[in-house]
Structure formats: C-alpha cells, structure tokens
Design a protein around this ligand. Sequence first.
Ligand code: ZN
Length: 78
Amino acid sequence: MQTLSDLLECFQLYAVCEPCQRVEGVDLPTLVKSEGGDYPIDRVRMRLYCKSCQQRSQALRIVYVGPDGKAASFRYAR
Ligand SMILES: [Zn+2]
C-alpha cells in the first residue's frame, strides 16, 4: 500500500475529474502535515471531490517529478 511519504519526494499527485475533465494538483506537503506520512493514497482517492461539478471522481494521476520536483521544473522551464 502506498502512503503519502512514498510519494512526497519524487511524485506529484493530481486529482482528475472524469465528467468535466478538471485536473487539480494535490498539495502533498500540506496533506502530510495534516494526516501524517503514513496516510494511505487510497484514502486520499476516496476523499477526492470536484469543486467544479460537485462529483466525487476518485481518479488520481501520479506523476513522477524526480527528487525535489526537479524533473518537473526542468520540463516547465523549457
Ligand atoms: Zn468535475
């Protein structure tokens, strides 16, 4: 089972709403502060809620960004 601390260093989480195609970044450091590093990703998924269409989507996209998000900043700096 994956936990928040498994993803914190090298991954970014995005909540995806399939009905309206809305994608929102999940703030991992804030979640770790409020729920702790052992909090399971599956429970994050169950909590997902689209602010736009008011539906629970439960779809998570997990993106590798590398240590400290360097891979992501490299990609966006191009
Ligand atoms: Zn939606």
